[in-house]
Ligand binder design. Structure first.
Ligand code: ZN
Ligand code: ZN
Length: 315
């Protein structure tokens, strides 16, 4: 049982600031707001809609591929996009990577299947084991870097095969802040943008949860009674997430400061040049966009084919 769950959906007596009813309400300190559960659901979806419209993330008639991990963020995103797609005229489709980590990945897949059938969204499952890939330490790469590279490359090519013009990821407000903060610590004054335009063989990439505190994704899933996969990845380590505690502390001391910080950063930091890896050209083997002669998937595939010798691993 996740210890953060009761806290996330803590309900108290009070007056809903949206509909005015005196009833059970949720305290959204992030927005200095108390709202009843039905108003929260509308508030949550309206905020995502506003991000979609403000940044022209999705056009009418477009198909949007959503990478679904089974966790609270992508689950909330998938379900909200399904509802918004009906009124805004776009079509979400789901893609899940089965990461070949034995029972963990199998249980993960079962939850994702259940989520997609609840949402009524078609699901494509990609078994990375069938592609000769694995998530593990490789040369100078951590397992998380390997996993990220595989997902990034395959997400784009699979989305294209699914007929999607747009790929949506579940990066949250905290993810954006973390990225910006790490940049700042190395004198890099750039902020990830909410939309990366299409080009060089890549679909348009959008982050509809750009302004959404991740806690609210969990609240949304709980209130909609959506199943969530809550097991931690076998490679999870607290180190990669430690810096996020800075933002949690800040939010506790100054409510709504996370959102205010993001809005301030948007005014002073550059949004340009955040594709990270520079110009792309087709991979010499598979033709997918790559910043090197061989794309990450082909490089990793070669490495595993050679038997993935671990000599020199720092482990
Ligand atoms: Zn209300
Ligand atoms: Zn390739």
């Amino acid at each position: 049982m996740d210890a953060t769950v009761p806290e996330a959906v803590k309900i108290v007596e009070g007056r809903c600031r949206i509909c005015g009813a005196r009833t059970e309400v949720l305290r959204l300190t992030e927005f200095n707001l108390k709202v009843c559960p039905p108003c929260f659901l509308r508030f949550f979806e309206r905020r995502i809609r506003r991000a979609l419209e403000k940044h022209a993330m999705v056009g009418e008639g477009e198909r949007v591929a959503v990478a679904v991990s089974g966790g609270k963020d992508s689950t909330a995103l998938l379900y909200a996009l399904k509802r918004l797609g009906v009124v805004m005229g776009f079509e979400p489709v789901a893609l899940h990577f089965h990461l070949a980590m034995g029972g963990y990945s199998d249980r993960n897949l079962e939850v994702v299947k259940e989520q997609c059938s609840r949402a009524g969204i078609p699901l494509k499952v990609l078994l990375i084991g069938d592609l000769g890939l694995r998530v593990q330490r490789v040369k100078g790469w951590t397992p998380c870097a390997v996993c990220g590279a595989i997902k990034r490359s395959l997400f784009n090519r699979e989305a294209r095969k699914m007929g999607a013009q747009v790929v949506a990821t579940a990066h949250t407000l905290e993810d954006i802040l973390l990225f910006a903060f790490k940049n700042l610590l190395s004198r890099n004054f750039r902020l990830p943008p909410p939309v990366l335009p299409p080009g060089d063989g890549l679909a348009r990439k959008v982050k509809p949860l750009y302004y959404m505190p991740e806690r609210l994704n969990l609240v949304y899933c709980r209130l909609r009674e959506l199943p969530i996969f809550e097991e931690k990845c076998p490679f999870w380590s607290p180190h990669g997430h430690a810096l996020k505690e800075v933002f949690e502390h800040m939010e506790k001391v100054v409510p709504s400061s996370k959102l205010q910080l993001l809005l301030s950063l948007r005014e002073v930091l550059s949004l340009e040049g955040m594709t990270l890896s520079g110009p792309k050209s087709p991979c010499l083997r598979c033709g997918e966009p790559s910043s090197q002669p061989l794309c990450a998937v082909c490089q990793l595939g070669d490495w595993f084919l050679r038997g993935g010798r671990r000599t020199g691993d720092p482990s």
